[in-house]
Design a protein around this ligand. Structure first.
Ligand code: NI
Length: 157
């Protein structure tokens, strides 16, 4: 009885190695850089309780090249423009009117507005109001206007 001697067909195409899927490498932290701080919530109310000064921005967080800042306002600021950046205002407590040449935007707690770059604005608060701001690091509070209310953002302890 003849035996089948044909070998079983085995196709052995070489298989390409699967491409490695990797996250972009995080930049190496230099040995001289301080270790990252312990993860912890930033409590906005607690930050606001640390100061009473009006019209003075306090930095509470940094993301990429942006800063999150808080400030207490009462009265009217100065008309000014930020030629190179939008500016986000979020009211934490109180009430803020952002005067614009095209009309006012009134914000209560939990409401935000982004002033587009190049748009002249002047915040006014008839009662003491606490706000949170998001904008690029180094953005001056008075924009192009300058004057005595110009003040760089400060860090809180
Ligand atoms: Ni502004």
């Amino acid at each position: 009885m003849p035996e089948s001697t044909a070998p079983a067909s085995t196709t052995t195409e070489p298989t390409a190695p699967a491409p490695a899927v990797t996250e972009p490498a995080a930049p190496a932290r230099a040995a001289s850089e301080p270790a990252a701080p312990e993860p912890a919530a930033v409590n906005i109310a607690e930050k606001l309780s640390q100061f009473g000064e009006l019209w003075s921005q306090k930095r509470i967080a940094v993301l990429n090249d942006y800063e999150v800042k808080v400030a207490k306002l009462k009265g009217e600021f100065v008309w000014h423009t930020h030629e190179n950046t939008d500016e986000l205002f979020l009211v934490v407590a109180g009430r803020l009117t952002i005067q614009l040449r095209d009309g006012d935007v009134v914000l209560g707690p939990g409401e935000l507005f982004v002033v587009p770059r190049g748009v002249e604005h002047c915040p006014v608060a008839h009662e003491e109001t606490a706000i949170l701001l998001v904008e690029p690091a180094g953005t001056l509070n008075t924009g192009d206007a300058g004057g005595p209310m110009t003040k760089p953002a400060e860090s809180l302890a």
